[in-house]
Design a protein around this ligand. Sequence first.
Ligand code: 7TS
Length: 411
Amino acid sequence: MTMQLDVERIKKDFPILDVGVRGHRLVYLDSAASSQKPQAVLDAMTRYYETTHANVHRGVYAIAEEATRLFEEARAKVAAFIGAPSPRGVVFTKNVTEGINLVAQSWGRANLRPGDAVLLTEIEHHANLVPWLMLKEWLGIELRYIPLGEEGQLDLSDLDRLVDGVKLVGLTAMSNVLGTLPPVRRIADAAHAAGAVVLVDAAQYVPHLVTDVAELGADFVGLTAHKMLGPTGIGVLWGRESLLDEMPPFLGGGEMIRDVRLDGFTPNELPWKFEAGTPPIAEAVGLGAAVDYLSGLGMESVRAHEIELTAYALRTLTERFGDDIVIHGPAEPGMRGGVVSFSFKDLHPHDVSQVLDEWGVCVRAGHHCAKPLMRRLGVGATARASFYVYNDEADVDALADALDKTSDLFA
Ligand code: 7TS
């Protein structure tokens, strides 16, 4: 059953929300850039360092074995959280950016030849554009794009032609600018029918919706811990084991080998084959605690809360500011995630963001690492408010009140 989130209680779990800004309470509306961390995550990481830190997969003494156990337990928690059939396919990376680079470099080098095509979309974050643009430069692959259509949705009218002959389709499961939730399964089915593999950038999806890699129809799924209540410095690339098994290592060094000779090496088994060097151990423990926290809330409830809050935000901003505000992306709250990008009067988003900060309201301004999308929207930048489990209607009201003040200031 979907339970309503008790945001008042949840707020108490986040110590940073007690920090005042210029005499105001902190109204944090930038979770799409990075989420805040609950006490449970901070405690898990501190406890790990205080009681059992050692390197993993090598020491045979008690605390090293406990460190290894906690590290691998975190992997199993992530696997269960995203519906992965086994932790073997769950590779720890630095962030989602590294996960996508892993696919581009390892799968790409093994499977792409000059002239081969990769299909992306116009709404991608740079993290799912630049690794492929680099392969375009190095290998001479062809890049195609699913265009943005009406109402913040991808235009799939030409999908059959676009997907024809491509080797990989890479797409975001949720736009960090528009909140768009593309029909990943439909696109994945078309990609598979055309013989392509599917990479899903789930950086904005996993923190906010129930995730099942099989239901998405993906072969690779990337996520990043700091956007889902976890620490910075760790992400995950899940991959279909049959594909990962065939792929060459990405980075080389310790951990990722079974044997090294002066004339060659034998790579380790999955998932360690892709984890060169000492991994982010405390960060994995923190990610595991974040997954526990989100599971405790229930991802159906998280999603229901965000639809409700987004609906309230769209309604409030439109009612209060009318034609003075342009909100980008799908109009229907159920069709989008909790990110609200907007243009306010003719003010520069950086000015808007700076004035909002005077009132303790944190929103991001800029191109949101999606410059091609900004060009497509015909704007240089937007201001963006993004919501999470610790936000409520009072936070939206604080945003609207601060926008009023912005309006007065620049009148
Ligand atoms: N993909 C998407 C869809 C994202 O929103 C982001 C980060 C990334 C990839 C990269 O994540 P990283 O952890 O590897 O850096 N998005 C944002 C944002 O919207 N504002 O700041 C970072």
